[in-house]
Design a protein around this ligand. Sequence first.
Ligand code: NAD
Ligand code: DAU
Length: 355
Amino acid sequence: METNHKSILITGGAGFIGSHLTRLFVNKYPGTRIVNLDKLTYAGNLENLKDIEKKENYIFVKGDICDAELLKSLFEQYSFDGVLHCAAESHVDRSITDPLAFVNTNVLGTVTLLNAARAGWNGNFEGKLFYHISTDEVYGSLGATGFFTEKTPYDPRSPYSSSKASSDHFVRAYHHTYGIPVIVSNCSNNYGPYHFPEKLIPLCINNIIHSKPLPIYGKGENVRDWLFVEDHVKAIDLIFHKGRIGETYNIGGHNEWKNIDIIRELCKQMDKKLGRPDGTSEKLITFVKDRAGHDLRYAIDPTKLTEELGWKPSLQFEEGLARTIDWYLANEKWLNDVTSGEYMKYYEEMYSGRG
Ligand code: NAD
Ligand code: DAU
């Protein structure tokens, strides 16, 4: 697939999904300038992009999507014809502790970025695209059956999902009101390399390595629909180039797991890889106080994406999980660096009261 875009702004490119997206675009489209704007919060890490940082078509800018002056000057300097908006506060537990941080980046930041695109493009929308990366959590929580489609009414239930829902609405409003060409995609839970170990899978990988308790919220009955991060960014690439303007696409691979089952599977695989007797890691499983307002189940119906654009995930879950574990075991320095200092304080505050 070729790209007609000459200059693309990726926001949040130093984070988990953003770094995979940036790597894919920098390597696949060497004739296109890729500018990565990232504030480098606790979740942003330039180590995630070491392998591409010297590429000629790649530029990193440290900055905040809430900084209107900076965005104006970047649009002037680089004449972006595409925006891939990934920057966000992304962790549900942190949104419960500090909702305003999520309003600031996810809502105000997105609107500030939309304003910059609107001013920068100044009514000339030919060949332009503002692509907003969002989440399935905006649809709320499912019972035991059913799936989220693009037509499912929004019903966000955490400060995080409310802020993402709000940003989705603003993106669509800027399309309807000002004519900005936009596409929104809503994806299920991602996993893979460079995932920050505040999230379930990398947190448990890190704790298994160090033989620490594996904190499972409630009874571990909540269900998530897991997609390997490289499959997510391939879907974004496809939708960015072939998707229809003004449309929404759900991304997911029909891979639902109860939290307790996925952690048992992780324990099994890690015991083998670490040469520990079967059952060693499972003994670390500890049921702790539930997340407030914990959504029961997410599950994506990706029919539109599959039928319209021919996308399907390339990896089976067992292989994706094995690749993920292997990456963390081979990158212990990365893991140690991101779990030292501030992380210890976060972990203490988030988990000490859970019993
Ligand atoms: P992440 O937390 O790993 O990374 C977020 C990145 O954004 C970091 O590099 C951070 O430094 C940067 N950032 C935060 N605030 C910023 C600001 N004000 N200005 C500039 N940069 C800022 O997040 P992620 O898991 O990679 O998620 C990326 C996007 O994908 C988010 O919009 C999230 O809602 C969405 N999403 C995530 C998942 C998932 O499972 N992780 C699933 C579906 C959708
Ligand atoms: O569905 C997409 C969303 O997936 C993204 O929009 C979010 O950015 C991303 O963080 C993720 O949200 P979740 O809340 O589903 O992910 P998390 O890894 O935090 O939790 C996954 C499940 O595991 C959830 O049911 C809560 C549970 N959990 C989580 C942690 C951190 C535990 O049981 N123990 C834990 O310590």
